[in-house]
Design a protein around this ligand. Structure first.
Ligand code: NAD
Length: 485
């Protein structure tokens, strides 16, 4: 039986602890990707609203109490956030599912669970924000402090709204910062829900501000002189703008950008397990996954067998209504994403690729569905291989030697995630070391945890989220040296 779709009240901005309409009265429609119908509206902020949000965050940082609250107290509040996320898990999952088109069952098990775990993890780490003492060769007591950076501007993308806002908010708050969060314009509902939860958990007014809107308000946040740090997750194209603007202002920035991960299947791999991981790697979140694996590199001796298995198995993956608990693949998050995937598959056909599975829309309830698709026979320089398609599309290429596999794996501009399947432990370590990626998985895909840092190399950006490394991004180190002479 399907889970009921939630009713969504009109969304407002959350500034200085209050819910407000946008000053100019702007509103934006929220579309359910599984039906194409408008289900709600959210406020569309402009410069005046952004100024108010930054002013609230500035005042909350400069006047306290959050930035001066003992870390142990901040830790208690963050732990409570995790508890409240769990208490309201069904509601959050349903809202996120409606907004993004994610299967509600997976959303509950992965997105909501990860958000709760992320707050719990940084609740614990908040208590270990220690400096160090150093022995220096003069009579002095020398130590370091780790202070919060200040007002952080958080800009997040459409595909994992809840997880990616949590992976920024939790370390930012643990370190004592205040924030202005601008979620993606087409999927901002869970950010508004989280503002409510953070307040209920005890985060004081002004510490977290949420402004909904598009590129204009994102740009205004980026350029604002009262914002001390920017954490951006999104496309490489916009990431360049973000890094450039932050660079001009000498503002610390992390840019978590696009990906196009390779999935290498060596001849000694556990085939059954590997093929399961390959399918998960390209259909998960309807392929709208920066760490998804759209490029399968398979040893030439296994190529035809693996393509045969994929041809049998992929059409059996349940695609459908995200509110049906049996669904594994939902719709794309919006019409523009669907059209983008269609363009790339057409391009692959023109470039001589053979579409062996899928390759077309699935007409279902007016939603933005695309059938999981497998394409063989493309050259490595084909755009569908080299660029980020960001949909449920897998290209298959073959290799003969380990060196060739690594060269193909590293041949795109991106370097976010990579994976390999082998029974040879030495090869696993050897190849993992040579893959140009921020995270490498061996013998499965997407083994993620709030304690394990992730982020990019090359055009996938710089900076790390998750783990103690993320806390580093939200603190600045100060050396203090006290003369003992
Ligand atoms: P996008 O770059 O279009 O937008 C991301 C965010 O930036 C949105 O909130 C958007 O409103 C805002 N924005 C747009 N123009 C801006 C500007 N000029 N100044 C400031 N902000 C601006 O990305 P998207 O389509 O929402 O997300 C998909 C992309 O994100 C993919 O490339 C995907 O790989 C990437 N992504 C990366 C990671 C990671 O961890 N590296 C995680 C998820 C998604």
């Amino acid at each position: 039986m399907s889970v009921q779709r939630p009713h969504i009240e009109p969304g407002r901005l959350f500034i200085a602890g209050e819910w407000r309409e946008a000053e100019a009265g702007g509103r934006r429609e929220v579309v359910d990707p599984s039906t194409g119908k408008v289900v709600a509206t959210v406020a569309e902020a402009d410069q005046a609203d952004l100024d108010a949000a930054v002013a609230a965050a500035r005042e909350a940082f400069d006047e306290g109490p959050w930035s001066r609250t003992p870390a142990r107290e901040r830790s208690r509040v963050l732990h409570r956030v995790g508890e409240l996320v769990r208490e309201r898990a069904d509601e959050i999952a349903a809202v996120e599912s409606l907004d993004v088109g994610k299967p509600v069952t997976l959303c509950r098990a992965v997105d909501v669970e990860t958000a709760a775990e992320t707050y719990e993890y940084y609740s614990a780490l908040a208590q270990s924000l220690d400096g160090v003492t150093r022995q220096i060769p003069i009579p002095a007591h020398a130590y370091t402090r780790r202070d919060p950076v200040g007002v952080c501007g958080l800009i997040t993308p459409f595909n994992f709204p809840l997880i990616l806002s949590s992976s920024k908010l939790a370390p930012a708050l643990a370190a004592g910062n205040t924030v202005v969060h601008k979620p993606a314009e087409d999927t901002s509902l869970s950010a508004l829900l989280m503002a409510d939860i953070l307040t209920d958990a005890g985060v004081p007014a002004g510490v977290v501000n949420v402004v909904t809107g598009g590129a204009a308000v994102g740009g205004a946040l980026l350029r604002h002189h009262s914002v001390d740090k920017i954490a951006f997750t999104g496309s490489t194209r916009i990431g360049r703008v973000v890094a450039g603007t932050a660079g001009q202002q000498l503002k610390p920035v992390t840019v978590e950008l696009g990906g196009n991960a390779p999935h290498i299947l060596f001849e000694d791999a556990d085939m059954e397990k590997a093929v399961g991981a390959v399918i998960k790697g390209f259909v998960y979140n309807t392929g709208q996954f920066c760490m998804g694996a759209p490029r399968l590199l398979v040893h030439s001796s296994l190529h035809d067998t693996v393509v045969g298995i994929l041809t049998q198995a992929v059409p059996g993956v349940p695609v459908g209504d995200p509110f049906d608990p049996a669904t594994v693949v939902g719709p794309m998050a919006g019409e523009r994403h669907l059209e983008n995937v269609e363009r790339y598959v057409e391009l692959a056909r023109k470039d001589g690729g053979q579409v062996v599975v899928g390759g077309e829309r699935l007409e279902l309830g007016g939603g933005y569905y695309y059938r999981p698709t497998v394409i063989t026979g493309l050259d490595n320089d084909a755009r569908t291989v080299q660029e980020e398609v960001f949909g449920p599309v897998l290209t298959v290429q073959s290799f003969d030697t380990e060196d060739e596999a690594v060269a193909l794996a590293n041949s795109t501009a991106y370097g976010l995630a990579a994976g390999l399947h082998t029974a040879d432990l030495a090869r696993a370590h050897r190849v993992a070391a040579r893959l140009e990626a921020g995270i490498v998985w061996v013998n499965d895909w997407a083994m993620l945890d709030p304690s394990m840092p992730f982020g990019g190399v090359k055009q996938s950006g710089y900076g790390r989220e998750s783990g103690p490394e993320a806390l580093q991004e939200y603190t600045k180190t100060k050396s203090v040296v006290i003369s003992l002479a």
